[in-house]
Design a protein around this ligand. Structure first.
Ligand SMILES: CC(C)(COP(=O)(O)OP(=O)(O)OC[C@H]1O[C@@H](n2cnc3c(N)ncnc32)[C@H](O)[C@@H]1OP(=O)(O)O)[C@@H](O)C(=O)NCCC(=O)NCCS
Length: 188
């Protein structure tokens, strides 16, 4: 997959373009993926999978499992999973995105590339996602990247000490095209 320098200078903070690439996850990447999921910095925001689930996501045609490579050396900096890639409804879910080195623009750059893959390459009509309602960083990112809140699944996830609610957001293909017309998305 092509490398892209994503300029996030339209966001709140001025940043140099982030060099980023997505590549398909391989079996040999799974230790990295599993360790990121188990990291205390990420666990509160996700429901981690076991190795078998990730192996399935690498293999099943309906899934796309990517390693996010970034920085000067294009080292592995995270991973991202898309589901519903064969959906007849053209409704794809950004199931998970985790970035190790947070706050450096990799998340925004990876999200822009994810939208391009979903709408340009996989023919999505709708790209949706959910996040835990206390995940203010994810909310800020998704809102500023044009996703629209659809609603809240109240107390949908069992966690230690109670339940977390999930906020559902989406973007439709015409919305993506309109944003691209305003130079807010990567070029086709
Ligand atoms: C959510 C996540 C993918 C974002 O990636 P990131 O590389 O940290 O994010 P970026 O550096 O690109 O920042 C994107 C925006 O997030 C917001 N943000 C970043 N750090 C933040 C913080 N500490 N608090 C609140 N908002 C924050 C800002 O709006 C930021 O935009 P700006 O700095 O350009 O104005 C990453 O933090 C992560 O892996 N978190 C844990 C797992 C997770 O929550 N995944 C998403 C749900 S599955």
């Amino acid at each position: 997959m092509a490398t892209t320098d994503v300029n996030s200078s339209d966001s709140q903070r001025e940043r140099a373009p982030v060099r980023l690439r997505l590549r398909p996850t391989m079996q040999s990447d799974l230790e990295f993926v599993l360790s990121l999921e188990q990291d205390d910095a990420n666990l509160p925001f996700i429901t981690p999978w076991d190795r078998v689930q990730h192996e399935g996501a690498i293999r099943f045609p309906d899934f796309r499992h990517f390693i996010i490579e970034g920085g000067v050396g294009l080292d592995a900096v995270g991973f991202m999973i898309l589901i519903g890639c064969r959906s007849r409804h053209q409704s794809l879910e950004l199931k998970r995105m985790v970035v190790r080195d947070k706050g450096q623009g990799y998340g925004r750059a990876a999200l822009r590339m994810t939208k391009k893959v979903a709408f340009d390459d996989l023919g999505a009509h709708r790209l949706w996602l959910d996040f835990k309602s206390h995940n203010t960083r994810a909310r800020a990112l998704y809102e500023s990247e044009g996703f629209i809140v659809e609603g809240t699944l109240r107390e949908a996830v069992r966690v230690a000490g109670g339940f977390d609610s999930l906020v559902v957001m989406s973007m439709l293909q015409p919305e993506f095209t309109a944003r691209r017309g305003r130079a807010l998305e990567l070029h086709a």
